[in-house]
Design a protein around this ligand. Structure first.
Ligand SMILES: *Cc1c(COP(=O)(O)O)cnc(C)c1O
Length: 425
């Protein structure tokens, strides 16, 4: 369910016509629907009713400050994976006690940032990291609240690049050694292990791997408690998939039922780290047709958005639905939708059935709210594009177009090439 619908043939975000935004903002741009974000958050939260659950939105899926504030206003916290994301979550108004920090390579600077901010938990992923957390906490005169991320060795049945819970993946501590690691961590005076964390992958459309992973978590909690180790917190990660191509995905309520059946009676405070399921179909990428080109065997729609704006097709072979911003009744034709970047991977759709379009027409690439703008780059010296948030009949630019001059300004010539600016060592 989302709030991108046609009214009299015009694609709208809530009550605003996309074409009207495009005329003001210029293309390409990302457009988010606040009502859709809010709806998905509520549905997810509702699925966990009866549990002591905090929803820590995965900032890496969409870090826009306005999106984060929308969620903070509903009571959400954040799952961050870098110091930059932590700064964003705090700037958006998320409460430190609702922020968890994941990732295999937290630096000392990031650990210090987390401890100074007093976040809910650092989710540690290795023994060297536990030692680093202990050292930083000691220097600051603090005791760090830590959850240990375990790797349950469960296959998430998703794309290889976003599978994280197999023992060949770099994430977490092998679940069979977690017990020993926690016993050894008792020697660290400035670390308090309060719980376990798990996140096995993303874009999961099958719930069975969640159940398997949560059962392993549950078994581990039982073993630890039998050894007198208090486990009061669990972080069950994110990973619920969204329908990119209109296919069925499991409802959050079914996911909630699995949570309740597996770990619901452990008396733990629970955290969840959904990203994609909250913002995925709350965003679209709006682009304009630059040229129509008839190749030897294909008809190409060349658009002004590219892989640097939305990397998912090139990186994950993702196929996003693409729809015209002005609907027509004309018979569709089969086309390839491609961007201008000099890479064959810069292809949004192949052999797509699309109503006839011509240069100047707008298209919407759907389900682009998660892992869209956050993965953008300036490859081919292309600008970072604007992000727009719609609420009802209003819209606002929530990130400006960067402007090409801005990134020229970041570069300078050394003296031996005629530079005049002061050189830094
Ligand atoms: C990426 C990530 C998430 C979010 O995953 P989604 O599939 O977007 O829900 C949650 N937790 C961790 C640790 C992650 O790395």
């Amino acid at each position: 369910m989302d709030h991108f619908t046609y009214r009299n043939g015009a694609l709208c975000a809530e009550d605003v016509a996309i074409a009207d935004i495009a005329k003001v903002v210029g293309t390409p741009f990302y457009c988010y629907s606040q009502a859709t974000i809010e709806r998905h958050y509520r549905v997810f939260k509702e699925a966990l009713s009866g549990l002591d659950a905090t929803v820590c939105f995965s900032v890496k899926s969409n870090g826009n400050l306005a999106v984060l504030r929308t969620l903070a206003n509903l009571g959400a916290g954040a799952d961050v994976v870098s110091g930059g994301e932590l700064a964003r979550a705090l700037a958006a108004g998320m409460l430190p006690e609702r922020i968890v920090f994941s990732g295999v390579g937290k630096t000392e600077v990031e650990i210090e940032q987390a401890l100074v901010a007093n976040i809910r938990s650092i989710n540690a992923e290795s023994e060297p990291e536990l030692a680093a957390i202990d050292a930083v906490a000691k220097r600051l005169g603090k005791r760090a609240q830590v959850m240990l991320r375990i790797n349950p060795d469960v296959d998430a049945h998703t794309h290889a690049k976003i599978t994280t819970g197999l023992n060949e993946n770099k994430f977490g501590i092998e679940w069979t050694s977690a017990h020993q690691v926690i016993l050894r961590a008792r020697a660290l005076a400035h670390v308090q292990i309060v719980g376990l964390a798990v996140h096995i992958g993303s874009q999961m459309t099958d719930l069975a791997p969640f159940r398997e992973a949560f059962i392993r978590v549950r078994d581990l909690v039982a073993m630890l408690r039998a050894d007198g180790i208090a486990i009061t917190h669990l972080d069950l990660g994110g990973g619920l998939g969204v329908p990119y191509d209109g296919s069925e995905t499991p409802p959050p309520a079914d996911y909630g039922r699995i949570v309740k059946e597996t770990v619901g009676d452990l008396g733990c405070r629970l955290a969840f780290e959904p990203g994609r399921v909250i913002v995925g179909n709350a965003g679209i990428l709006v682009t304009k047709v630059t040229y129509m080109k008839d190749g030897a065997t294909r008809r190409f729609v060349i658009v002004d958005a590219a892989m640097n704006d939305l990397l998912r097709p090139a990186l994950y072979d993702a196929r996003h639905a693409i729809v015209p911003v002005s609907a027509t009744n004309e018979a569709p034709e089969v086309v390839d939708v491609v961007g201008p970047v000099c890479e064959t991977g810069d292809t949004f759709a192949t052999q797509l059935s699309l109503a006839p379009v011509k240069a100047g027409d707008y298209l919407a690439i759907r389900t682009a709210g998660a892992y869209g703008s956050v993965m953008a780059s300036t490859y081919n010296s292309r600008d970072l594009i604007p992000e727009v948030l719609v609420r009802g009949h209003e819209f606002a630019i929530v990130r400006r177009r960067m402007g090409l001059q801005a990134f020229l300004d970041y570069e300078q010539f050394p003296a031996w090439l005629g530079g005049t600016t002061e050189q830094r060592s």
